[in-house]
Write a protein that binds this ligand. Structure first.
Ligand code: PLP
Length: 289
């Protein structure tokens, strides 16, 4: 498999990461995952924009001449990926002797890009996932897509142990998002979700969903989704680049959240979920053919 690593297209096994890389030492880096349909990058520019925003939020200077679209297209070609795939992009603050403060201004960021085949189980879009609600133990700048994913991996493992496919974070009384997904609920025909602020990632899929709702005349309430509203909703959906629009069939409750009652079950996919899934599919067909 050919990957991009610091200006070179090389076999993945030839990549040598320095033990002084700040990604390795401090998780001092950012990333993106882009979905590829029929060999076409889906909403690449939105991902590049978000990566640039993450970089500027943490004062990481991405080289101006780094053309991630060109690199991704080359990797798809070189690896014969003409169907469903994902592109993973990671940029760290580079290699420097270990010190908490930023390295010298001339330190070159480490850039790694990987394109791999992606297989999705189509049943998930009908049957849905179970989610486990857990306390949001992450930092206060979740709008940055940092490679520091320890709270996400811990929550994801807790969900797995509980027989769920995703964990959904709760901050105070509000649902923030999943470990790698955004979350919406639907009640009485209204889509309810959290506002885009520093508590969640500005999800590319969520932005598309907002547009679909507008086109289809579905009202959106994006001032916050309380745990109670989530548990009492008619439909609930996970959104994400690889998850697309996957309905939630069960909400399980972690003991850490105190007594919130019983698990909640949904019949999937609900009518509005179906409408939005169809809209999303149409969009992919239009843009990736
Ligand atoms: C924490 C988090 N929230 C939401 C999302 C969904 O974002 P997107 O729709 O851009 O994939 C992701 C994607 O990885 C994520 O990591």
């Amino acid at each position: 498999m050919i990957v991009y690593y610091n200006g070179q297209y090389i076999d993945k096994d030839e990549v040598r990461i320095s033990p002084d890389d700040r990604g390795w030492l401090f998780a001092d880096g950012i990333y993106e995952v882009v979905r590829v349909y029929n060999g076409w990058l889906f909403r690449m520019q939105a991902h590049v924009d978000r990566l640039n925003n993450s970089a500027s939020e943490i004062g990481l200077r991405i080289p101006r001449d780094l053309d991630l679209t060109d690199i991704s297209e080359k990797l798809l070609k070189r690896n014969d990926l003409s169907g469903d795939a994902t592109v993973y992009i990671q940029v760290t603050r580079g290699v420097a002797a270990r010190s908490h403060r930023f390295p010298d201004a001339g330190t070159v960021p480490t850039v790694y890009v990987l394109a791999t085949e992606f297989k999705v189980n189509p049943h998930q879009f009908r049957e849905g996932f179970a989610v486990l609600l857990v306390p949001d133990t992450r930092w206060a700048r979740c709008n940055v897509k940092t490679i520091n994913l320890l709270p996400n991996t811990l929550a994801s493992e807790a969900a797995h142990q509980a027989g769920a496919q995703e964990a959904v974070f709760v901050r105070g009384k509000l649902i923030s998002e999943g470990t790698h997904t955004s979350v919406i609920a639907i009640r009485d025909g209204v889509v309810i979700t959290s506002p885009v602020d520093e508590n969640i990632l500005p999800s590319v899929t969520r932005a598309i969903l907002m547009q679909l709702c507008q086109e289809q005349g579905i009202p959106v309430h994006a001032e916050g989704l309380t745990v109670q509203a989530f548990l009492q909703s008619d439909e609930a959906v996970l959104l994400g680049t690889t998850t697309e629009l996957t309905p939630i069939h069960t909400i399980k409750l972690s003991d850490e959240l105190g007594d919130l009652g019983e698990d909640t079950r949904f019949t999937t996919p609900g009518p509005i979920t179906k409408l939005l899934q169809a809209g999303y599919r149409n969009l992919i067909q239009r843009e990736c053919n």
